[in-house]
Write a new protein. Structure first.
Length: 313
């Protein structure tokens, strides 16, 4: 990637990311909410469509929408999480024992159990938990626990996509993971980052990956393992992608250099004629409560736009 390179729209930016992944294993993006991360993930995915063929397995807000609750408002007993059976995401439910693949992953994060039912007219997940040694069925899990379950479901599918012997997901060439830790506490954010890094570093992983997030802790934790094999390339470019807010209908995106861990002095960056960002440095910080690293954007002036991406690959 070239600092100062400008993209007229998300389509050109997505094409650039696909080109970068020809020589890289993974790309990490940081961006604020409202910048267009989810739209970028869908643009990236749509570029891989050819008739009925696909090449991108994605995790984003659309993935979470494949799951929705029926809280049994009448009987208040049979609470269940419904699955959208029309999605290719669930094509491994019948033959690949998804329950047994999800459960070991879920145990890393939560203490509740589940059962997937595909026998009736609707596909549903019912949750249970031991309370005082007694099982309580059909419980309503919290939003964070629900997101953890969906995330583990996705990871189970990723593991299947990495397996060359599993035909159902051999169409997957790219993973695009957008904000995987919404509604999670910091402990689980770190656990997700570590688990994801270990998964992507597997020797049998043939997939190219893009990870985008607005969560500074997740980005910092993923960046912490950037020295591992999954990030190793002949060059490790660092860049920013800044969106011109005055072009709301057709925004432009410009890639700029950023500096981590105080390795460069203060410098002013100007992009797209109208945006100026005064970068002092990214500071390495350790949170006492979590004993991990995070970072903050330190600036001597107010940032003129809140739509900056930080890329690490």
């Amino acid at each position: 990637m070239k600092p100062g390179q400008t993209f007229a729209d998300l389509l050109r930016l997505a094409a650039h990311l696909r080109g970068d992944l020809e020589n890289k294993k993974a790309i990490l993006l940081y961006a604020y909410n409202g910048t267009g991360k989810t739209r970028l993930s869908m643009t990236f995915k749509d570029m891989g469509k050819q008739a009925e063929a696909r090449d991108t397995l994605y995790f984003n807000a659309f993935t979470e929408d494949l799951f929705h609750w029926n809280n049994d408002l009448v009987g208040d007993e049979d609470r269940r999480l419904l699955l959208n059976r029309d999605s290719r995401f669930f094509q491994g439910l019948f033959d690949l024992e998804m329950d047994n693949r999800i459960r070991p992953l879920l145990r890393r994060y939560a203490d509740f159990d589940f059962r997937i039912d595909t026998e009736g007219p609707e596909w549903a997940v019912r949750f249970s938990r031991l309370v005082d040694g007694q099982p309580v069925d059909n419980i309503k899990v919290s939003r964070g626990e629900e997101n953890i379950f969906i995330w583990c479901f996705f990871l189970a599918v990723v593991e299947l996509a990495m397996d060359a012997d599993i035909e159902a997901y051999q169409w997957v060439k790219y993973l695009y993971i957008d904000d995987p830790i919404s509604s999670l506490d910091e402990h689980n954010a770190i656990a997700v980052a570590n688990h994801l890094a270990q998964l992507l570093k597997r020797q049998d992983n043939r997939l190219k990956t893009v990870i985008s997030t607005h969560h500074t802790l997740l980005c910092s934790a993923m960046n912490w393992v950037r020295r591992a094999a999954m990030w190793s390339t002949s060059t490790r470019p660092t860049a920013a992608i800044c969106c011109d807010p005055k072009r709301a209908i057709r925004p432009s995106f410009t890639m700029l250099p950023l500096w981590l861990n105080c390795i460069r002095p203060r410098r002013k960056i100007v992009c797209s004629r109208t945006i100026s960002i005064c970068c002092a440095r990214f500071l390495r910080r350790r949170r006492v409560s979590t004993a991990t690293k995070t970072f903050r954007f330190a600036s001597s002036k107010t940032m003129t736009t809140r739509t900056a991406f930080c890329m690490r690959a």
